[in-house]
Design a binder for this molecule. Structure first.
Ligand code: ZN
Ligand code: ZN
Length: 58
């Protein structure tokens, strides 16, 4: 896994958001300047989670 640092200040960044489906990190935040990375889109996971919602509502 690659180490990511803040593009603005170079500070180490922390996990901000994890994928509900695959539990991989989707977004990081810098505790120093509050800068967030772009959120990764997991299209497959989104489909799975939508299926799950549909199934659980039945
Ligand atoms: Zn995912
Ligand atoms: Zn920063």
């Amino acid at each position: 896994m690659k180490i990511i640092s803040c593009r603005h200040c170079g500070h180490e960044i922390d996990v901000y958001k994890k994928c509900d489906v695959c539990s991989k990190v989707k977004q990081f935040i810098c505790n120093s300047c509050g800068n967030k990375t772009e959120e990764e889109i997991h299209s497959q996971c989104m489909m799975i989670s939508m299926d799950h919602v549909l199934l659980s509502s039945n």
